[in-house]
Design a protein around this ligand. Structure first.
Ligand SMILES: NC(=O)c1ccc[n+]([C@@H]2O[C@H](COP(=O)([O-])OP(=O)(O)OC[C@H]3O[C@@H](n4cnc5c(N)ncnc54)[C@H](OP(=O)(O)O)[C@@H]3O)[C@@H](O)[C@H]2O)c1
Length: 334
């Protein structure tokens, strides 16, 4: 049995694909208010770029029980993980594997401390999902998840004809995704979409400055990373600075992002919810501190996000670039 905790954008996609895969019984653990709203609906839908998938909705529960659970999937925000853990027993059922779909890497440390003997599998979510209506989620491109596991039963439990599941080794993908996700806070500070990020020259400069700093930290800390684009960092960086429309075309045609795709941090900030900046920029800052690499850009961005209030004027891309420039670049932009 699969129990997915968190019926948000990612949780619904995973639940729908697991229902479509028909390998395991699927239970979605949601908030009581969500259960009340969704129980009358018998179907759930996933809107892909090319088609709409309609499926019977999975069983929904609100009580945190792990009885009979083979795969426990966590798909809440990092800021909600502590709350989830306080509801779960420190002893897992025999053979229960924990799969964590959270962004960043801090959640893995937390989970390994909470369940030192458990098998914890990181899942890297390589798509952008946004909730549109109750039990209706829109997904970018040809969705893919990567699992750091060779457990065939787990891999097939989520594989459907529209969700690809790839087995990977190590945590290089997680660090690569963490790098790419440094952009989430840039979009949030300027209230911009992915399209604006990849098209606006100032935002592209901000992104490269932020990536340069983060890459320097990872290189110094000897953390291997694999970007979710088929390019080494130097080529990706060159493309961002000089590639005109190519970065957006790559994001659009290869990763299926569309003009209304926003990082989920933007909607968290819009709703006044805590953001995951501590798990993205924060991770780079902490690692930089440990390895004596200064991180003025990540620190500035984290501070700005912490103070962000969309009821007040926000930074324009050029204002953000002026701020980052004034901090002094660890690497010059060419
Ligand atoms: N969305 C994406 O495109 C995407 C892509 C890659 C990675 N990720 C990562 O995947 C993770 C999940 O993201 P998401 O976009 O799915 O977030 P989300 O839409 O905010 O979904 C999280 C859901 O979990 C619920 N929840 C929180 N604590 C719960 C609890 N104790 N019991 C039951 N439900 C609980 C939340 O309810 P409330 O809202 O009521 O708190 C919310 O419905 C995040 O770490 C995110 O960064 C997301």
């Amino acid at each position: 049995m699969i129990r997915i905790i968190g019926g948000g954008a990612v949780g619904q996609v995973l639940a729908a694909s697991a229902v479509a895969a028909r390998q395991e019984r699927v239970i979605l653990q949601v908030r009581p208010a969500q259960r009340d709203d969704w129980v009358p609906l018998s179907q759930m839908s996933v809107q892909l770029a090319s088609k709409r998938i309609q499926l019977p909705r999975p069983e929904m529960v609100t009580e945190p029980s792990l009885q009979g659970v083979r795969y426990l999937v966590l798909s809440v925000k990092n800021t909600q993980l502590d709350e989830v853990l306080t509801q779960l027993p420190q002893t897992l059922p025999r053979n229960c594997t924990v799969v964590s779909a959270l962004n960043g890497v801090a959640h893995l440390r937390k989970l390994r401390m909470y369940w030192p003997d458990a098998t914890i599998v990181p899942m890297t979510v390589m798509f952008n999902a946004q909730l549109r209506h109750p039990l209706c989620v829109m997904v970018s491109g040809r969705p893919l998840v990567c699992l750091s596991s060779q457990d065939d039963r787990l891999l097939t439990a989520f594989r459907s004809d529209w969700l690809r599941v790839k087995a990977i080794e190590g945590e290089g993908q997680l660090w690569g995704k963490l790098l790419i996700n440094q952009s989430n806070a840039l979009c949030t500070l300027t209230h911009t979409s992915f399209e604006q990020l990849f098209r606006d020259p100032d935002l592209r400069r901000c992104y490269v400055a932020s990536l340069d700093e983060a890459v320097q930290v990872l290189d110094t800390a000897a953390r291997p990373y694999q970007l979710p684009v088929p390019l080494p960092y130097t080529a990706y960086r060159w493309l961002l600075l000089n590639g005109r429309n190519v970065p957006w075309w790559l994001a659009h045609y290869r990763h299926g992002l569309h003009s209304q795709s926003y990082p989920s941090m933007v909607s968290d900030a819009e709703q006044g919810k805590p953001t995951e900046v501590d798990d993205l920029q924060g991770e780079i800052i902490e690692l930089g501190l440990r390895h004596r690499v200064p991180t003025p850009i990540a620190s500035f961005i984290r501070e700005q996000i912490r103070q962000l209030d969309y009821r007040n004027p926000i930074l324009s891309p050029s204002q953000l670039w002026q701020h980052l420039r004034s901090l002094g670049m660890p690497v010059t932009l060419a």
